[in-house]
Ligand binder design. Structure first.
Ligand SMILES: NC(=O)c1ccc[n+]([C@@H]2O[C@H](COP(=O)([O-])OP(=O)(O)OC[C@H]3O[C@@H](n4cnc5c(N)ncnc54)[C@H](OP(=O)(O)O)[C@@H]3O)[C@@H](O)[C@H]2O)c1
Length: 339
């Protein structure tokens, strides 16, 4: 086999505030044929995620191919035991059309009957696992509870709210950034009620919707959303703090912490941060639990798919802007019309 020309993306400069497309450049690089123990993968789907905004501040090197991104691809040549040509694999090789992987860095994926491949980067991927770990392990949501989820129309939030409903929560409340998203969250994802936070008054809305207080919150927005969740929590309420997307563009001048932090003590709240990487042991359990709900339609598959490697940067900036409903994915030419 000869070398393959892979398309990649480089970061040219670090952002100052909200990132712009001119900070990135598309590049090409030659990949040698797989060496002993390696397999060459042609990517089908790439994930674009908010944590990459944090990588732009330091985790990603400048002017080098951008790794540390989740992808699904097909093995096109292999010298690795356990990875055969034609296998579909999940790996974290990042933003490239092709990747050289090893069995330790790539996992074979065999989609369950009735489950589209792309689901393995969304509800059955890292964001779905984040939602599952949050609802089941960190918050341990119980029947009859009142639950609030921020960024509810997004990848983690949408799945988290649906899991809370399936766990028997009596009220599943969500917030999102437009009237269309509010309708999506209630009509398609089955949240009890949702609110467009851009109207202001989120704290008041939560107090109205859950007059006896919230039992559990999953917050990925931080700032005023976390403050509203603390304000609306009942005594002994639990808050899983998974992210702070409202603050990712202000590294040099972070906004103040929630002004009502003392309520955590005053009402004996349980405020816990978590990272999905500390819950990888739940991956198989989550998949077993989620697949029947997906196949039987109790969990809606919620994706925004953009086509083509050239659309990658716009898709990434789109997640940060809120252009997505559900998980934002980039489908590459090699995926054809695969759902
Ligand atoms: N700790 C972990 O292991 C882990 C794992 C996965 C994700 N996360 C975190 O969870 C959060 C959601 O991630 P995701 O992958 O599910 O992304 P996502 O929700 O699919 O996309 C991000 C959403 O954030 C919302 N947003 C952007 N700026 C905002 C602002 N200033 N205020 C309120 N909402 C804003 C946008 O929706 P609107 O239109 O509604 O504003 C956008 O669609 C992020 O903070 C992410 O870093 C953490």
């Amino acid at each position: 086999m000869t070398t393959v020309t892979a398309r990649t993306v480089h970061l040219l400069r670090r952002p100052d505030g909200f990132p712009t497309s001119d900070l990135f450049a598309f590049r090409e690089r030659e990949l040698a044929p797989p060496g002993e123990g390696e397999a060459l993968v042609e990517n089908l789907y790439l994930s674009v995620d908010p944590y990459m905004r944090q990588l732009m501040d330091g985790g990603w090197p400048l002017d080098a191919p951008l790794g540390r991104g989740r992808a699904l691809g097909r093995v096109v040549a292999s010298r690795a035991a356990g990875l055969a040509e034609g296998d579909i694999v999940f790996h974290t090789g990042g933003w490239s059309t092709h990747a050289l992987v090893e069995p330790g860095t790539a996992r074979a994926v065999e989609p369950a009957p009735g489950v589209p491949l792309a689901a393995y980067l969304s509800v059955l991927g890292g964001t779905g696992l984040t939602a599952y770990a949050g609802m089941r392990s960190v918050l341990d949501v119980r029947p009859g509870e009142s639950v609030y989820v921020s960024a509810a129309a997004g990848a983690v939030g949408g799945v988290a709210g649906q899991i809370a409903r399936l766990l028997g929560a009596e009220r599943v409340l969500g917030s999102a950034g437009s009237a269309a998203k509010v309708a999506h969250v209630t009509e398609r994802l089955g949240f009890t009620a949702a609110y467009d936070y851009r109207e202001g008054g989120l704290a008041g809305w939560l107090a109205e919707q859950a007059p006896e207080g919230l039992d559990a919150t999953l917050d990925g927005v931080g700032g005023d959303h976390l403050e509203a969740a603390i304000g609306a929590a009942k005594e002994f309420g639990r808050i899983a703090w998974v992210g702070a997307i409202s603050q990712y563009h202000s590294a040099a001048n972070p906004p103040a912490a929630p002004r009502n932090l003392y309520a955590v003590s005053d009402r004996s709240l349980h405020l816990r941060g978590y990272q999905v990487r500390h819950h990888m042991h739940l991956r198989e359990e989550a998949e077993e639990w989620l697949v029947p709900h997906l196949v039987e339609g109790r969990i809606a598959l919620d994706h925004t798919v953009v086509d083509g490697f050239d659309s990658l940067i716009d898709a990434f900036l789109g997640v940060l802007r809120g252009d997505n409903l559900g998980k934002m994915l980039v489908r590459l030419d090699a995926a054809g019309n695969e759902a």
